[in-house]
Design a protein around this ligand. Structure first.
Ligand code: GTB
Length: 216
């Protein structure tokens, strides 16, 4: 059954792989599952055709036969549950890997997204300089805890899993902020994720959307 996902036609990150289709592409590559991509403009994302797939008018979505999914976490959980390579077979280890997926999405990503939005939307506000360090501290608290748990391990809990995939994509959002570098084991962890063949394939595919457009 053909898998089709949606992605930005014109990603604001200019191909850095920060939009959330990147994590879905990476999961599909890890699973060895070919996929098609439907590129959408910001306008098209808000049209009825796309809103039927995604109630919030966003990317990514996932279609496969009669199944249509939104939310990158739900999509990756579906891919990881069906294809080998992303979740352990043992139910206990599997549950722990899923917990790391939720930790990435619900505990580590929110303060990063909040800081990102703040820097874009409130830069000209009088409280900007005073509040920024508070938001940075919230991120550092989570990174310190995550760094302590990871220690010298290669991955968060045994073999590489969808939990690591999710966590690496979340930590990549810190690229260029000068924060992750203060946690060398986390920086090395992200680099290990980025060194995976499946990551590189996914990254090149999303970059090609940007470079292909530039060339035309
Ligand atoms: N919780 C949802 C999920 O995990 O799937 C969140 C989906 C989401 O935020 N989608 C964003 C979107 O469609 C793209 S990923 N936004 C358009 C809209 O809401 O109208 C967020 C994102 C966008 C761009 C960058 N960037 O350029 O660096 C990074 C992250």
């Amino acid at each position: 059954m053909t898998v089709t996902i949606t992605a930005f036609e014109d990603s604001p990150d200019r191909g850095e792989g920060q939009a959330r289709d990147m994590r879905v592409r990476w999961a599909l590559e890890e699973a060895g599952r070919p996929y098609d991509v439907r590129l959408l403009s910001f306008e098209a994302m808000k049209q009825p055709a796309h809103l039927r797939l995604h109630p919030f008018g966003q990317i990514p979505t996932y279609e496969e036969g009669g199944l249509a999914l939104f939310e990158s976490g739900a999509i990756i959980l579906h891919v990881a549950g069906r294809d080998p390579g992303l979740l352990p077979a043992d139910p206990v280890a599997r549950a722990r890997a899923v917990a790391w997926m939720f930790a990435a999405l619900n505990t580590v990503e929110p303060p990063i997204v909040e800081r990102e939005a703040f820097a874009i939307l409130e830069r000209d506000k009088p409280w900007y300089e005073a509040r920024l360090p508070l938001l940075d501290d919230r991120i550092r608290t989570r990174l310190g805890q995550l760094s302590a748990r990871l220690g010298e391990s290669e991955w968060l809990d045994g073999d590489f899993s969808a939990g690591d995939l999710m966590m690496v994509t979340v930590l990549r959002r810190l690229d260029g902020w000068g924060i992750l570098e203060d946690y060398p084991n986390l920086a090395a962890y992200v680099a290990r994720g980025e060194a995976r063949v499946a990551f590189k394939r996914a990254f090149e595919a999303q970059l090609a959307v940007f470079t292909g457009r530039e060339a035309s």
